[in-house]
Design a protein around this ligand. Structure first.
Ligand code: NI
Length: 256
């Protein structure tokens, strides 16, 4: 029985309050045994890879976040491919996708770079971790049209039950985080009950979206058990089952 958790999306490089060493130690003490760090832009690749080099059970994804795509250039693709090919700790391409919440003035560029990064993942045979904020339809359409063979994880899933069903049907995995513990997050609780466990993964998206009862504090991987427990309560199952299946899913998709 796998009675440990995996945080599939944690920006531990961006947590200023504690050292990486402390964060990982506390995660371990709370049975969070593996952590995957996504990148936001090219400048984060090197520091993230350094963390992965130092800690055995920390892995990473390389990619450019939708709000950072104006920094994309031809060398970025080359850089991602070279680093991924030469480093076993690179287990995915992420976080990539579409964000129509913050700034919608460069949507076409977001789409273009999203497609380019899907193609890179396909070439490298790596999964993609997708950020979709208020862009459900375009995100879904681009993935189903352009993705050729990479596993898909929609990180910090924020759609309806109907959209979750559509994604599951398309073979995607969904990651749920701290939002599921929020009292008013009715939609997310419905998704947590409805979706098959075989398609679910856990994430903190630290330092953001801290779960109840720690809202207002900095989020960290050590809080994953609170998210798992909430999902277990909603589904009326044991937290061990959530740990086991979500860890198996992450290990299969990211080969960790
Ligand atoms: Ni993120």
């Amino acid at each position: 029985m796998k009675n440990y958790f995996i945080d599939t999306h944690s920006h531990i490089d961006m947590i200023e309050e504690f050292s990486v060493e402390t964060i990982i130690k506390k995660a371990n003490e709370n049975d969070v045994k593996k952590i995957i760090i996504p990148s936001a832009d090219e400048s984060s690749f090197e520091p993230i890879l350094k963390i992965c080099e130092k800690y055995e059970n920390v892995f990473c994804m390389l990619g450019v976040f939708p709000q950072e795509v104006r920094k994309w250039n031809d060398k970025t693709a080359e850089n991602i491919i070279n680093l991924a090919k030469n480093n076993k700790k690179v287990v995915g391409i992420g976080e990539i996708g579409l964000d129509y919440y913050w700034d919608t003035s460069f949507i076409n560029l977001q789409k273009e770079v999203f497609i380019k990064q899907i193609e890179i993942a396909n070439e490298l045979k790596l999964p993609i971790a997708v950020h979709d904020r208020e862009a459900h339809k375009d995100t879904f359409d681009i993935i189903t049209k352009y993705n050729k063979g990479s596993d898909v994880l929609l990180h910090c899933f924020s759609g309806s039950v109907e959209f979750a069903r559509e994604c599951v049907k398309a073979g995607f995995y969904l990651a749920l985080g701290g939002v599921v513990t929020f009292k008013n997050a009715k939609k997310m609780k419905e998704v947590a009950i409805d979706m098959p466990l075989e398609r679910l993964m856990l994430e903190t998206d630290a330092p953001y979206l801290t779960p109840v009862p720690h809202r207002g504090k900095t989020n960290e991987p050590k809080y994953i058990p609170l998210i798992a427990q909430e999902i277990a309560n909603l589904r009326s199952i044991n937290v061990e089952e959530v740990a086991k299946i979500t860890s198996e899913n992450a290990e299969k998709v990211f080969k960790i």
